[in-house]
Design a protein around this ligand. Structure first.
Ligand code: PLP
Length: 343
């Protein structure tokens, strides 16, 4: 049995959250004299909604997740940090993650002084639930999964994810930052089945709004309540909330972009396959392609000299001589291919 209280830090479980003016009074009034705001310069004189309820109502429509199961943060990075602050006692608890994966899980572990254990993916960049469980102990509070994974691009095996969710008595975080580009379904529809599941999504990738800084965490009402207790009261500013609402009200635009990018991705994979310098193109479910070349440093430097920036993952474990290439516009991808052909 999964028991939330058993894995939450005792001080967080007992925490009485800061109560701000906007928490104490909710609703419509004509005169606001409760928050020491300046009455001029509307609408920016007012504090934002601390729980971003209007934005969440729109996310409920788009994602099919109830408002009470949604946390919004200053990028997914805020949610990643909150996972540590809510569940992991510094210098005592540990977490387990696949490797290679998104670097922020490890950086936030270091910031919070929490031991970060890793298990290497296999040749196909897949994991086995048993391998993660094997390195876990009584102090393991969280397991980090990312699907589609960054930087490898592939979706993780759904059967192994399910196995881990069932067997592990702590939190399983599943980062779905790239889910809108994936042929595999999101796990959001299955949240109710797994009280230990936290799903991360973001407006930074398919939603084309990395500059807004809005990340989403989907989880049980109890976990969301813990996040809300620990977060800064006004963690998502008015400008971000307004622009996010505008984006969320036009999901058709996003699905059109995704359609274009998936076609461009297929073309990029086909074109890369024609190049002599390319040794392997890894299967991708994301808006980027991980590609192994004969000399990653040389290729990277050549592209930089031509004003084209890709991400070298050469020094990342299991990614020797690999470049991670984001799918751009047709024009951008054509410029990239033209330069790669000269090598
Ligand atoms: C890009 C990315 C994110 C997005 O982070 P934000 O803070 O929301 O911009 C999250 N997880 C992974 C794996 C990513 O690659």
């Amino acid at each position: 049995m999964f028991e939330l209280k058993q894995i939450v830090r005792p001080n967080i479980w007992a925490l009485k959250p800061y109560s701000c003016a906007r928490d104490e009074f909710q609703g419509e009034a004509s005169v606001y004299l409760d928050a020491n705001e300046n009455p001029y310069n509307a609408p920016f004189n007012r504090y934002p909604d601390p729980l971003q309820l209007t934005v969440k109502a729109e996310i409920e429509k788009v994602k099919g997740v109830a408002v009470k199961n949604i946390f919004l943060g200053n990028g997914s990075d805020e949610a990643i940090d909150l996972v540590y602050r809510v569940f992991c006692e510094p210098k005592e608890d540990n977490v387990v993650a696949i490797a290679p994966t998104y670097g922020m899980y490890g950086v936030c572990a270091d910031v919070n002084n929490v031991e970060y254990r890793t298990v290497l993916l296999d040749e196909q960049y897949q994991f086995k639930a048993d391998a993660l469980l094997k390195v876990a102990d009584a102090k393991t509070k969280v397991m980090w999964l990312c699907s589609p994974n960054n930087p490898t691009g592939n979706a993780l095996d759904a059967q192994e994810i399910e196995k881990l969710l069932k067997a592990f008595k702590g939190i399983v975080v599943l980062d779905e930052a790239y889910i809108d580009f994936s042929a595999h379904p999101s796990w959001v529809k299955r949240l109710a089945e797994y009280p230990n599941l936290i799903i991360l999504q973001t407006l930074s990738k398919a939603w084309a709004s990395a500059g807004l800084r809005m990340g989403m965490a989907f989880a049980s009402e109890e976990i969301i309540a813990l996040f809300n207790k620990v977060k800064y009261p006004y963690n998502v500013n008015i400008l971000t909330q307004e622009k996010a609402l505008e984006m969320l009200r036009n999901p058709k635009k996003v699905s059109d972009w995704v359609d274009i990018l998936l076609k461009e991705r297929a073309k990029m994979v086909a074109d890369l396959g024609q190049l002599a310098i390319v040794e392997k193109i890894y299967p991708t479910d994301a808006n980027f392609v991980l590609v192994k070349v004969n000399d990653a440093v040389k290729t990277y430097n050549h592209l930089v000299s031509k004003g084209i920036i890709v991400r070298s993952r050469h020094t990342v474990v299991l990614c020797g001589n690999c470049l991670r290439i984001t799918v751009g516009t047709q024009e951008e991808n054509a410029i990239l291919m033209k330069e790669l052909k000269t090598l």
